[in-house]
Design a protein around this ligand. Sequence first.
Ligand SMILES: Nc1ncnc2c1ncn2[C@@H]1O[C@H](COP(=O)(O)OS(=O)(=O)O)[C@@H](OP(=O)(O)O)[C@H]1O
Length: 396
Amino acid sequence: MEYSLFCHHLYALSVSPVKKKLGLLFVMLLLWVYMLYSCVGYCATMPPSLVVDNNNNNRAKETDFLGKYAEAESGRPDLMMSKLLSRPQSSWTEIESDYDEPAVRRAPRDFSKDEADRAEDWDDGRRVSSLSSFSNGSGSKKLPQAIIIGVKKGGTRALLEFLRVHPDIRAVGAEPHFFDRNYDNGMDWYRDLMPKTLEGQITMEKTPSYFVTREAPARIYAMSRDTKLIVVVRDPVTRAISDYTQTLSKKPDIPTFESLTFKNRTTGLIDTSWSAIQIGIYAKHLDNWLQFFPMSQILFVSGERLISDPAGELGRVQDFLGLKRIITDKHFYFNQTKGFPCLKKAEGSSKPHCLGKTKGRTHPNIHPEVVQRLRDFYRPFNMKFYQMTGHNFGWD
Ligand SMILES: Nc1ncnc2c1ncn2[C@@H]1O[C@H](COP(=O)(O)OS(=O)(=O)O)[C@@H](OP(=O)(O)O)[C@H]1O
């Protein structure tokens, strides 16, 4: 019965020209609806960064950023596409961890540092998140008012993690490397990395390579001439060995520390083009910063005292930042196994926390003669540095 009715309608359509046209229109409409539906479905699966919105600067910049990423993967279009499409919201941390760190820019013998260390900064393998782990969604993202600018292997991670305990400090976990490597991404990109802060809270970040980056002082000054700068310094000889130890852990085939130290072992000429050596000439790098910032705006934290008396150094830092001394002795305990002070409670946790295995590595034994030669090399620079800062760090 139904079948015959259908046949009847079909017949009627085929005979009447008006009905024929109406039928055709109906089919076209169905086709349009189908195409529209498919398109909406496709667009919804695209990552936001691939949708260029000319009215939105941030979006355009993000697309630029992805462009750079794409270039880096140009040899592997398949990889590039899968990375683009699976890019998580805070992908900059992953991109950063692919970076090698040119600690002194363009230094010809700069054995790089693997930033994947960041993932192991805590002893329980907790990944250092790109944002402060405390985020209540309120407040707004601001450019940092204080930055830990150096030095590499000085104890910068320990300082930042200790500072994060303070309720008036919010900090980015990973190193943004904005003023050295990512400057072209623009201030909006940089601000966007920051955690949200409420009125009165201080936004911070740490990137130890800034201290040895020629352009960094002018760039930070251009962001804000009031930025407070913190430098964790450590005996340059131990610092160099620590730097080398880190590289060795990633690249076991590199030459010995001794052979990298000298241009000529017989004459005892030190190779200052090796970044591990050059970073420790603190007076020279500081000079660069003093062209832009007054000494009163730079705080030097002793890397040694940060280990022997963390609460004391943290007291100085809190004063410098104009904060109430909330982080005190009560926050620390000395972990005998680790051999370092640890937090009784880390930020956003009720459990004790030490830094991970990439912090506090066992250093290789360096020939005492080489160590002595390095001490002699650094002495005049250290003296100059003590004079400039008005503080004897006791490295000699
Ligand atoms: N509390 C605590 N726990 C663990 N480690 C501590 C701590 N305080 C300072 N340090 C020293 O920090 C050194 C690493 O320095 P950085 O964090 O600045 O390194 S990095 O530049 O970010 O890679 C690291 O250097 P190495 O000992 O050579 O590994 C430590 O000596």
